[in-house]
Design a protein around this ligand. Structure first.
Ligand code: C2E
Ligand code: CA
Ligand code: CA
Length: 582
C-alpha cells in the first residue's frame, strides 16, 4: 500500500512537472503550491515508512534508513532552497519522527543512531536556512537585473527617438530640417521618378524688421506660427521643412506649373494674414520661387538651388509674389554673374571710357554743355550703362567707378572752350557716400576745372532717400558754384515741393515725353516748363531726334535741347572736331 501510495504521488508530481514545463504561461503561485504539496506528501510518506518499518528493523536496517533519510534531507535543502519554509520542513519531516522514536527506544545503539539523525537534521535546518537566504537573494538579484535591463531598453528607445528628432527635426518649428528634407525628397524622387514635382522655396518678407524691432522671442513665435500655417496648408504626403532662418521649403506633387503657382499664391495670402504675438499685431509677407521636377533639374539639391534662385530674383524685383524658374531667368543670371565678375577688374583693365553728347541752347543755338556718358567694353562687347550701372550699384563698385568718371570728365572738359560745361551723371549711392564732396573737390582740384563748368545730374529716385543728406550735398555743391540737374524728370514719382526745397538748377524732361510730344507729352512738357519758369529753373529736353520736335520745344520755351538730331554721344577726338565746326 505504501509503495502504491509513493508511486501514485510520484506519478502525479511527474505529470505536474511535465505540464508545468510545457505550459507557455507559468502560473507562478499555483505551481508553487502544487509543488510544495507534492513535496510534503512525499516527505510525509517517507516519514510514515520509517515509523512503520522501524519497530521491526535490525540495527543495520535502522542505520540504512537513517542514512538514506539523511541523504534525502541533505539533497532536499539544496533542491528546495528557493522555498525557505519547505527546505527547512522537509528534513524535519523526514528525520525528526524517526530520530525521536530511536532516541526514546531505550536501546543504546538505536539511541546513538537517533542522536546522529537529530544532529544531522539540526545541521540541515541551519544549512537550509542559509542556502534559502542565498538562493532568494540570487533570485531577487536576477529579477532586479531583468527590471534594470527593461528600464535600460526603454531609455535606449527614448534616446533613439531623441536622436532622430535632433537629427531630423528643426527644434523651433518642429518641421523637418535640411538633412531630413533632402533625404525624403531624394527618396521620393527615386521611388516615383516619373511623377512631376514642384519645389517651393519660401522666404518671408519683412521678417528681419520684426525681429529687430520686437525682439528675437517674438521672431521665434512668428516663425512657429508661420510653420503651423504651412503645416495646415499641406497634405500628409507633401514634404515640408524649415530650411533655415526665415526660409521654408515644400515639395509638392503636382502636375504642372499652373497648379504650383496657384498653391504658392494661396500660401502667400495665408502667410500674409496678421499674427497676434504678445498683444502686438505683426504682418509679414512671403516671396516664393518654384522649380519643377523633372523639367528643371534631376536632383533634390539642384531643384532647391533653382527654386532659391527664382525666389531671390523675384524678391529683388517684386517681393511677395511667385516666380517659376525658367531658362530665360537662368541666362539672365548667368549674364549678371559674368558682368558682376567683370566689374571687379574693369577699371584696372581700362575697359571703361567716356563719350560726350552736346546740349544746345534754344536761344543761342550754341553748345553750352556736354553730358558725359559711360561706356564699358567687355571682351569686345559694348555693355549698356542701363545694364551695368545698376549692377555696379548693387555690388558696391559705384563709388569707385563714379569717382573715376568725375576725374575723367573734369579733365576732358578742360580741353573745351571756356563757355562749355560738362554734365556728369551721379548715382544716388554715390551721392550718399560721406566722401562724395571730397571726391568732387579732388576731381576739380586735379583738373583745375572751374566748378561753374560742372553740372551734376541726379535722377528723380533720389527723392525717396534721406532728404537731409540730400539737401546737404546739393547745398555743398551749389556753394562751390556747381549746378545740379534733376535727370529723367517725370518718370518717377516726385513731389514738386521737394524739388523746391532742394533748390536744383535744371530739370531734364525725360526722353519718353519728347517722343510723345504729339500726344500726351505736350501737356506734360508745357506744365513742367510753366512750373520751372515760376520756380526759376532751366529746362532741358532730352532725346530730341526730329527737327519738328526741336521746333515745338523751342516754341514752348524749353531752354536746352539734347539728342541725336544734334549729335550722338561722341568720343573725345570727334567731339573736339564737332565743337570746332559747330
Ligand atoms: P541718361 O542720363 O538719361 O542719358 C541719356 C541717355 O539717352 C544716354 O544713353 C544717351 O545715349 C541717350 N540718348 C541721347 N540722345 C538720344 C536720342 O536722341 N535718342 C535716343 N533714343 N537716346 C538718346 P546711355 O549712354 O545708354 O546712358 C543710359 C543711362 O545710363 C543714362 O541715362 C544714365 O542714367 C546712365 N549713365 C550713363 N553714364 C553714367 C555715369 O557715368 N554714371 C551714372 N551714374 N550713370 C550713367
Ligand atoms: Ca543724364
Ligand atoms: Ca536722362
Amino acid at each position: 500500500m505504501w509503495l502504491m501510495a509513493i508511486l501514485f504521488v510520484s506519478a502525479l508530481r511527474f505529470v505536474d512537472a511535465v505540464q508545468w514545463r510545457n505550459s507557455p504561461k507559468k502560473d507562478g503561485r499555483k505551481s508553487i503550491i502544487r509543488f510544495v504539496c507534492g513535496t510534503y506528501a512525499t516527505a510525509g510518506l517517507w516519514c510514515l515508512y520509517t515509523l512503520v518499518v522501524m519497530p521491526n528493523a535490525s540495527l543495520i536496517e535502522l542505520a540504512c534508513i537513517i542514512i538514506t533519510m539523511s541523504g534525502m534531507a541533505g539533497g532536499g535543502t539544496t533542491v528546495l532552497s528557493a522555498h525557505a519554509r519547505t527546505s527547512i520542513l522537509y528534513p524535519v519531516i523526514l528525520l525528526a519522527p524517526g530520530s525521536t522514536w530511536l532516541l526514546l527506544s531505550g536501546e543504546k545503539h538505536q539511541q546513538l543512531l537517533g542522536l546522529l539523525g537529530m544532529m544531522f537534521f539540526i545541521a540541515m535546518i541551519v544549512a537550509a536556512k542559509k542556502t534559502a537566504n542565498f538562493t532568494s537573494f540570487a533570485i531577487k538579484l536576477k529579477n532586479e537585473n531583468a527590471l534594470l535591463v527593461a528600464q535600460m531598453e526603454q531609455k535606449v528607445e527614448q534616446r533613439t527617438r531623441k536622436i532622430y528628432e535632433l537629427s531630423n527635426l528643426d527644434p523651433l518649428s518642429e518641421l523637418y530640417n535640411r538633412t531630413a528634407f533632402l533625404k525624403h525628397l531624394d527618396q521620393y524622387m527615386k521611388e516615383t521618378p516619373h511623377k512631376p514635382l514642384a519645389v517651393l522655396f519660401i522666404d518671408l518678407d519683412k521678417f528681419k524688421e520684426i525681429n529687430d524691432s520686437l525682439g528675437h522671442d517674438t521672431g521665434d513665435i512668428l516663425l512657429q506660427q508661420t510653420a503651423q500655417r504651412l503645416r495646415e496648408s499641406c497634405h500628409n504626403q507633401q514634404i515640408l521643412c524649415r530650411w533655415g532662418g526665415d526660409e521654408f521649403l515644400i515639395a509638392l506633387d503636382c502636375l504642372n506649373k499652373e497648379a504650383a503657382i496657384s498653391f504658392a499664391t494661396t500660401l502667400i495670402a495665408n502667410i500674409s494674414q496678421p499674427y497676434q504675438i504678445h498683444g502686438n499685431q505683426c504682418v509679414i509677407g512671403a516671396t516664393i520661387g518654384i522649380a519643377m521636377f523633372p523639367e528643371h533639374a534631376s536632383t533634390a539639391e539642384q531643384l532647391i538651388q533653382l527654386a532659391d534662385t527664382a525666389m531671390y530674383h523675384q524678391k529683388n524685383s517684386q517681393p511677395s509674389q511667385v516666380e517659376v524658374f525658367s531658362q530665360a531667368l537662368n541666362e539672365e543670371l548667368k549674364r549678371e554673374k559674368q558682368l558682376k565678375d567683370g566689374l571687379e577688374t574693369a577699371i584696372e583693365k581700362q575697359q571703361f571710357s567716356l563719350v560726350y553728347q552736346p546740349i544746345i541752347s534754344t536761344e543761342s543755338s550754341e553748345v553750352t554743355c556736354c553730358e558725359a556718358l559711360l561706356r564699358w567694353k567687355l571682351d569686345g562687347d559694348n555693355i549698356s550703362p542701363t545694364e551695368f550701372i545698376p549692377l555696379a550699384e548693387q555690388y558696391g563698385h559705384i563709388t569707385k567707378l563714379g569717382a573715376w568718371v568725375l576725374q575723367q570728365a573734369c579733365l576732358e572738359a578742360t580741353k573745351w572752350p571756356q563757355n562749355i560745361a560738362i554734365a556728369v551723371n551721379v548715382s544716388i549711392l554715390q551721392l550718399q557716400d560721406p566722401h562724395f564732396i571730397t571726391v568732387l573737390d579732388d576731381a576739380l582740384d586735379k583738373s583745375k576745372l572751374s566748378p561753374h563748368r560742372l553740372h551734376i545730374e541726379i535722377t528723380e529716385s533720389v527723392f525717396s532717400s534721406d532728404q537731409a543728406t540730400l539737401i546737404q550735398r546739393i547745398t555743398a555743391m551749389q556753394e562751390r558754384g556747381i549746378k545740379v540737374s534733376i535727370d529723367d524728370f517725370g518718370t518717377e514719382y516726385s513731389s514738386l515741393s521737394v524739388i523746391q526745397n532742394l533748390g536744383v538748377n535744371l530739370i531734364k524732361i525725360d526722353r519718353s515725353f519728347i517722343q510723345q510730344i504729339d500726344d500726351n507729352g505736350y501737356a506734360i512738357i508745357q506744365a513742367v516748363v510753366q512750373i520751372a519758369v515760376a520756380l526759376g529753373y532751366k529746362v532741358v529736353a532730352e532725346g530730341v531726334e526730329y527737327q519738328a520736335q526741336a521746333d515745338k520745344l523751342t516754341a514752348m520755351n524749353v531752354d536746352y535741347l539734347q539728342g541725336y538730331l544734334y549729335a550722338k554721344p561722341m568720343e573725345s577726338a570727334p567731339l573736339a572736331a564737332y565743337l570746332a565746326t559747330y
